[in-house]
Design a protein around this ligand. Structure first.
Ligand SMILES: [Ca+2]
Length: 492
């Protein structure tokens, strides 16, 4: 990998925010469309002519892999993949075993994480059109789904920027044309693309990789860029949003990364050596970043959050005992790994079964960055203990083609879901059918308890409907008059 370290990475200039003499440490008002969000700094003293960034706030790294499944790491139970650096992070940090993405596919999930908003609030409900699959095969008309966030849409990166953080994006962006419109000072490889358009081996066709030498691999270049961002932050604390292109399709990895997995026995549906090589490459870059931070002389502590934007893609990987995969509201589509490392409250070696959500990351990272609680965000600061139960919601009024669960002709039909405590409710918008699962007893969502628990089912259905009303979620407006016939069911 040394060959790529000398690559001339073109990283956008830090100069725009090299100095923020006018930064006001009190009551920074940050406008967000349709809401009043205000940020107050709490960690730093008022500037008195001294450089304003002499505080001890941590560097914040959010490392999010793409389509990285819930069991795609040793610390999540895989015996096929090899993730020593992630496993060390998990051992030294807090693992949330019931963590959820806001959506079962890329762009809506990412838009929610960045804005702290439910998908109906920012309007990106799926990737591309909600009416996917062949014409004439969809039973319902569908509400509109936005492709991108508008430039200037509030993200918590903007708030961290206002609080004096150097803000850097590395990797896949996918929610607009340019991270620069959403609070990032610098960008490596991010844009509208949902996967590397030219593949993982150079040339990549992504901004910042133009001079990457032949034979270099994108995940390694991301690691180089991340380390460069660290150096570029100077005296300021850094927020690094490292949304790696790995491990999204195309499934490609360097020969040396694949070799250790060739011939390794399959384990619980995990058997793809190239995919294992992609995970190994990402794991190695995490290790490099931690080593670089330790060697950098930076006095700041480092907080790392490690997660994925949605479930893994079958049949490339398996989330067993969870069922379903990327694109579904079944657990395998939305439950993701989540580790918090380096925060005072993230007790080393601890594991939590509390249901948590990517909407929690904006308030959590803002608090670590010195912001007062932000009104208008529904997520919870994970630093605080929360006794009171809450519901988590998903809204996916969309069709997704592809390999469905249990032979279904669709990967996903229009529907919604709710998690509250141990319970998970699914609502199918085509039939109105409700299904209820006890995720503690039945993590694979195989035994429908709706008929056994009618009162609970009705209560959760009402809860989901009230949430839709509150956030302006649109239901399918009616039957599709162009419907002819469903696609043929696939055998499993
Ligand atoms: Ca994804």
């Amino acid at each position: 990998m040394d060959a790529v370290r000398g690559a001339a990475l073109v990283v956008a200039s830090w100069s725009r925010l090299a100095w923020l003499p006018a930064l006001c440490w009190s009551a920074l008002a940050l406008g967000a469309p349709g809401s009043e969000l205000s940020i107050d700094a709490r960690a730093a003293d008022s500037p008195t002519g001294e450089p304003p960034f002499t505080d001890d706030r941590p560097d914040l790294v959010l490392l999010m892999l793409d389509d990285w499944g819930w069991r795609d790491a040793g610390f999540m139970g895989s015996r096929f993949y090899s993730t020593p650096h992630m496993d060390a992070l998990a051992r030294e940090g807090l693992v949330y075993e019931h963590a959820y993405a806001a959506a079962p596919n890329c762009a809506p999930s990412r838009a929610s994480l960045l804005t702290g908003r439910w998908t109906p609030e920012h309007g990106i409900l799926t990737v591309n059109s909600p009416a996917r699959g062949k014409k004439g095969t969809r039973r319902l008309l569908l509400p509109e789904s936005r492709r991108h966030l508008d430039d200037g849409t509030w993200t918590f990166a903007m708030a961290l920027q206002e609080l004096g953080y150097a803000t850097a994006h590395v990797g896949k962006w996918h929610v607009s044309e340019d991270p620069g419109g959403h609070g990032f000072d610098s960008n490596f490889a991010g844009g509208r693309w949902g996967h590397p358009p030219e593949g993982y081996e150079a040339p990549h066709g992504l901004p910042g990789t133009e001079e990457a030498p032949a034979g270099s691999w994108l995940t390694d270049l991301e690691g180089d860029a991340a380390i460069e961002m660290l150096a570029g932050a100077g005296d300021r604390p850094l927020f690094l949003h490292w949304a790696s292109y790995a491990v999204h399709t195309p499934i490609q990895a360097a020969r040396g990364d694949v070799a250790p997995f060739l011939g390794r026995p399959a384990d619980g549906g995990q058997r793809n050596a190239k995919y294992a090589g992609m995970i190994a490459a990402a794991d190695r870059q995490l290790g490099r970043l931690r080593a670089a931070h330790a060697a950098s002389g930076r006095k700041r502590p480092l907080v790392i959050v490690l997660t994925s934007d949605n479930g893994g893609l079958a049949p490339i990987t398996s989330m067993e005992p969870l069922t379903g995969w990327k694109g579904m509201l079944r657990e395998g589509g939305i439950r993701v790994p989540l580790v918090v490392h380096g925060a005072a409250w993230a007790t080393p070696g601890s594991r939590s079964q509390e249901p948590v959500h990517h909407l929690d990351l904006a308030p959590t990272l803002l608090a670590l960055g010195g912001a007062e609680p932000v009104s208008g965000l529904e997520g919870r600061d994970l630093a605080r203990s929360h006794e009171e139960p809450r519901s988590l919601y998903w809204h996916f009024p969309c069709y997704l083609e592809g390999r469905g669960f249990d032979g279904d002709a669709w990967r996903m039909r229009p529907g919604g879901a709710l998690r509250r405590g141990r319970w998970k409710l699914h609502q199918d918008f085509e039939s109105g059918r409700l299904r209820l699962f006890d995720l503690v007893e039945d993590p694979g969502e195989r035994t429908d308890l709706a008929a056994d628990e009618p009162q609970l089912t009705k209560h959760l259905e009402d809860d989901l409907a009230a949430w839709r009303e509150r956030v302006g979620a649109q239901l399918p407006p009616g039957p599709d008059p162009g419907f002819i016939a469903e696609p043929v069911r696939r055998s499993r």
